[in-house]
Design a binder for this molecule. Structure first.
Ligand SMILES: N[C@@H](CCC(=O)N[C@@H](CS)C(=O)NCC(=O)O)C(=O)O
Length: 206
């Protein structure tokens, strides 16, 4: 059976478990990271030299980097749905997965890190304010793109929505001044109402 290492409330782990729940792919999740440790053991470092989660092992094949894992599992088990077979739709999905990791998350990370992972007396209000402003700008960009679309890469849910969902769950649940955005809000609600999202993503964030 597919093995997945990572604590259940890790956003990057949730991308993998949410996809598995969507496609009814059985998996064995092993707690690792933060208070569970494991990630600094020599055994784990052999699997993932970064000491981060998630990591998977599938029939002897080891893979880390959450977006790469999502692409691999979607291509293997859900070609034509979560992994689009149309080249342009897939490129669009790939593009938004990369944008989420390279642009949205770096904008939002300081807000999350300060408000959720940092004791109140050590927080940087400047980092929170700058991050909140950038996050608002990025969400606005996404909102414009979502006009007239059910999901980020068209009218069917794909791996791109999977990559966004757990990050947006943080964006929605960390207490900061988030702009109201019509297309974005409807899309997020559409993702959050899915039973697989509720099971894999809707967990306490801290
Ligand atoms: N680019 C990597 C980032 C992985 C990452 O930063 N994982 C975090 C959890 S979301 C982690 O392992 N943090 C340390 C820990 O949990 O011990 C990916 O997408 O898989």
């Amino acid at each position: 059976m597919l093995k997945i290492w990572g604590r259940a409330n890790s956003s990057n782990l949730k991308k993998v478990t949410w996809l598995c729940e969507e496609i009814a792919l059985p998996y064995n999740r092993i707690d690792a990271g933060m208070n569970f440790g494991v990630v600094n053991t020599p055994e784990y470092r052999k699997l993932n030299p970064n000491g981060l989660v998630p990591t998977i092992e599938d029939e002897g094949f080891v893979l880390w980097e959450s977006n790469a894992i999502v692409r691999y599992l979607a291509a293997k088990h859900s070609a034509g749905k979560f992994w689009p077979t149309d080249l342009k739709v897939r490129a669009d999905a790939d593009r938004w997965m990369d944008w989420c990791t390279s642009t949205l998350w770096p904008a939002f990370r300081p807000v999350f890190w300060n408000l959720i992972r940092t004791p109140a007396d050590k927080r940087s209000q400047k980092e929170i304010d700058e991050g909140a402003q950038k996050t608002g700008e990025m969400l606005g960009r996404l909102d414009g793109y979502l006009a007239g679309r059910q999901f980020v890469a068209g009218d069917q849910i794909t791996m791109a929505d999977i990559a966004f969902g757990p990050i947006l769950y943080l964006v929605q649940n960390v207490p900061f001044d988030r702009p109201k955005l019509a297309n974005y809000d409807v899309w997020y609600a559409r993702l959050a109402e899915r039973p697989a999202f509720k099971k894999a993503v809707t967990l306490p964030i801290a």
